[in-house]
Design a protein around this ligand. Structure first.
Ligand SMILES: O=c1ccn([C@@H]2O[C@H](COP(=O)(O)O)[C@@H](O)[C@H]2O)c(=O)[nH]1
Length: 279
């Protein structure tokens, strides 16, 4: 999906909601446990219930890998089930020396390799340019680079001051955002910024005025959608705000899909208001 197609979806659906498919078999409603593939059955119901309100889906790969080959199969089926008009994110947080990154990129982008063809993959920037470039070699595919993550540990490295960054003294996450833009344009590069990091969002928008930001951390992690939207929205949308647990596990009963739909609808309705206030 291209930048303008994603932007078009956002204004058509009046939503920048990304539903996180962090599907944990231990949290599934009991009545699904007799299904042949309970994870896929659950994901299918969640997608059916939320597709009207979401522009993106983000399976977190850890939840599938932890189940071995069975999990990989559920992931393949889930990806194939996500509607064409939704942007897909493999939240895998990969990155290694070039030839290894090359295989990670094949895993998530080339369906002939592992049966997966995501639109994008999350990548850790720590190993630098040559660890990221193999992902960018795929035309039409996106890299979503971790910049300032939502967790408390983001202070350990990402907020550390560097004294000889491109602008002199600046935080490591600022260097990541500036330097990565010399590797790819905003049509192929997004940044992860936690919803819990709104104190830095204005600065991040100055550094990356045109890049989409993937913002996890509303709901279960306490991030505030209104603040994220006020500081992060742009004329093209510019945001994908993820919610996982709040939607997936709104109920653990037979009404789980209805409750997930209500949660997704509530987020979409607030997003529609924020988009309307852009005019
Ligand atoms: O900085 C980051 C980067 C990624 N995540 C991921 O997003 C979801 C958030 O789930 P919630 O249940 O809505 O809290 C999850 O997959 C994380 O691994 C993040 O939270 N923060």
């Amino acid at each position: 999906m291209t930048y303008s197609e994603l932007s078009e979806q956002i204004f058509q659906k009046r939503s920048y909601l990304c539903v996180g498919l962090d599907t944990d078999p231990r949290k599934l409603p009991r009545h699904l446990l007799t299904e042949a593939d309970p994870v896929f059955t659950f994901n299918k119901a969640i997608i059916d219930a939320t597709a009207e309100f979401a522009v993106s889906y983000k399976p977190n790969i850890a939840f599938y890998e932890a189940q071995g080959p069975r999990g990989w199969e559920s992931l393949q089926k889930t990806l194939a089930y996500i509607p064409e008009n939704c942007f897909t994110i493999a939240d895998a947080k990969r990155g290694d020396i070039g030839n290894t990154s090359d295989l990670y990129a094949r895993t998530f982008f080339d369906s002939a390799a592992a049966g997966l063809a995501f639109d994008s993959v999350t990548v850790a920037p720590y190993m630098g340019r040559d660890s990221v470039l193999p992902f960018l070699a795929y035309e039409g595919k996106w890299v979503i680079l971790l910049a300032l993550t939502s967790n408390p540990g983001s202070a350990d490295f990402q907020r550390q001051q560097l004294h000889d960054g491109p602008l002199g003294s600046q935080a490591l996450f600022e260097t990541v955002i500036q330097t990565a833009q010399t590797w790819a344009g905003h049509d192929q590069l997004m940044f992860v910024v936690g919803a819990t990091q709104t104190s830095e969002l204005q600065r991040i928008r100055e550094l990356a005025p045109n890049n989409f930001l993937l913002v996890p951390g509303v709901g279960a992690q306490g991030g505030n959608l209104a603040d994220v939207s006020r500081l992060g929205l742009t004329k093209t949308g510019g945001l994908l705000v993820n919610a996982s647990r709040n939607i997936l596990y709104a109920s653990d009963g037979t009404d789980f899909a209805d409750r997930a739909r209500e949660e997704a609808r509530a987020l979409q309705q607030e997003m529609a208001q924020h988009l309307a206030s852009l005019d």
